[in-house]
Every structure is written in C-alpha cells, then in structure tokens.
Design a protein around this ligand. Sequence first.
Ligand code: C2E
Ligand code: MG
Ligand code: MG
Ligand code: MG
Length: 291
Amino acid sequence: QAKAAGPGTVVEHSARLEDATRTRHALENDLHAAIPQGEIAVWYQPLVTVEDGTVVGLEALARWNSSRHGQVPPGVFIPLAEEIGLIDEIDQHVLGVACRDLAGWRVHHPDLTVSVNVSARNLESDGLVTAVEDTLADTGLPGQALVLELTETAIMQYPATAGAVIEELRSRSVRVALDDFGTGYSALGHLARFPLDQLKIDRVFLTGAQGGERGEQMLTAIVELGRRLGIDTVAEGVEESHHRDALVEARCKFAQGYLFGGPAPAETIAGRLQLVGGAGSSSRRPARRVP
Ligand code: C2E
Ligand code: MG
Ligand code: MG
Ligand code: MG
C-alpha cells in the first residue's frame, strides 16, 4: 500500500518547487510595477567615525514594500532585478531619491555625503555616468557629496568598462567605494589597478567565520594597506562594543553597523543627525564637527 504524499516525498518536493516557481513569477511581475507604483523606498544607514560616532555620511538602501508580498528583502529582489534587467532602473531611482534627500539635509549638514550602491549591470551600460551627471545637475549637489559603491564581483565582471567609469566619475569629484571587500577574489589586484577612494571591509572579519582574533589581524592589515594607498577604510557590520574596540585597535577610521544605527526611513534621519552631539546624546560625545 502506497504511503500518502507527505513531507520529503517526491510529490511534496515537486509541489514545493511549483510553489517556488509561482512565487518567483509573481515577484517578477510585481517588481516591474514596483517603481511606477511607488513601492521602492530608500532607507538610510549612518556611516560614522569610530572615534566619536559622528555621522559623516549615509548609505542609501533600497526597500521594496510590496502591496502583495509585504517587505521583500534586498537579498531577494536585487538579484531578481539584476536577472530580469530592472536593476538599472532601480539603481537610478535610488540615486535620484538619495540625492534629493541629501540636498535637503545638507542645508543644515553641509559636509554630509550619501553612498549609493551600483550593480554590475550599470557598469556595462553607459547610462551610469549620464545619470550621475543629470542627478547632480538637478539637485545642485557637488560631486564630493556622492559616493558610489561597487563590489569586487561587479568590477571583475566588466573590468574594462569599470576602469573607464571609475575614471569618469572621479573626474567629476564623485568618490568610488569598493563594497564587501574581502569576500570576492583578486582583491589586491583591484586595489592596485583601480583608483578607489574607499574600502568597505565586509563584516565577515568581525562576525563571520573569519572573525575572532584572526579576523581582527586581517582587519588591521587591510586598514594599514588602505592607509598606505591613501584609501579610507569603513568597517561594515559593527554590532557590538567589542567590535568597536577592535576597530580602534586596528586604527580603522569609519564604521557602519547596528551598534551605531541600522537603516531607517528618510523621515527619521534628520532627527538622528540632530541627536548626535546635541542635547539628546550622551555627554561622552563631543559636539559634532559638521555644523
Ligand atoms: P551592502 O551594500 O553591503 O549594504 C549593507 C547591508 O548590511 C545592508 O543590508 C544593511 O542593512 C546591512 N547591515 C548594516 N549594518 C549591519 C550590522 O551591523 N549587522 C548586519 N548583520 N547587517 C548590517 P540590506 O539593506 O539588506 O542590503 C543588502 C544588500 O543589497 C546591500 O549590501 C547591497 O549589496 C544590496 N542593495 C541594497 N540596496 C541596493 C540598491 O539600491 N542597489 C543595488 N544595486 N544594490 C542594493
Ligand atoms: Mg553597500
Ligand atoms: Mg557592503
Ligand atoms: Mg554586503
């Protein structure tokens, strides 16, 4: 007598696959409409000095609040957007929103910068530099206000165009960061070959399998390498105060992570900027340098 289809049977397995396929198709369809329907929001996470927690910049992070699927994580919809050719549109939307928001914040915080993530596909098409130029012109922001984050994987995928795009951006004073540093390959080769302004050291060195004492030694070495090459280093994924201690030890200047503040919607950012060094913050923090 055959067993009824239960967990682990072939029938159950293919049913789950069908579900997954249906979900993917639904996500794919709805992602096409997400920008026109205003479902892609931009949240911001502070980038701070390790020394005193001063907010020096904000990283723009895309959020999809789908009317049908709820909050879809970037780890799901960004790769999907890359696959179906929507990532240029999303990245340029985020760039536009982030620059408009920043122009508002810079009235009171004139040195504040915004960092925008750029997918590999944007290096392949020639729209990125034009989009950056147009956005800077529209918002009146100087190039120095903007940092574009590229991953090693993206640069590796289009090394020839990546070099040209980086040169063009930097000639407009826009800075370029290498994101998730330490998770890709041939990292050192890229450091020598591309004129980068910032290294964002992946959180694996603090919290991942490479964490612990070994991770901290790696961190120190990367920070030192950055210093010699004249590249600023930012540690990602700083969650605990002992992580911060490790950064002080490594002489890493900048950090990002839940310890200093997670991503938050634009409406709450002005309040956070005000809080740093203001009446609401702890007395151990000196007044912020940015007026
Ligand atoms: P990323 O650029 O490396 O961004 C940092 C990610 O780490 C963000 O995840 C952030 O929420 C998370 N994070 C921040 N602090 C901590 C911490 O202390 N601990 C831990 N565990 N995580 C922390 P998020 O927002 O889910 O984004 C994931 C990735 O999706 C981003 O990684 C980026 O590669 C991509 N992404 C997000 N927005 C965009 C976008 O507009 N365009 C493109 N092309 N990619 C984007
Ligand atoms: Mg990033
Ligand atoms: Mg990163
Ligand atoms: Mg990352």
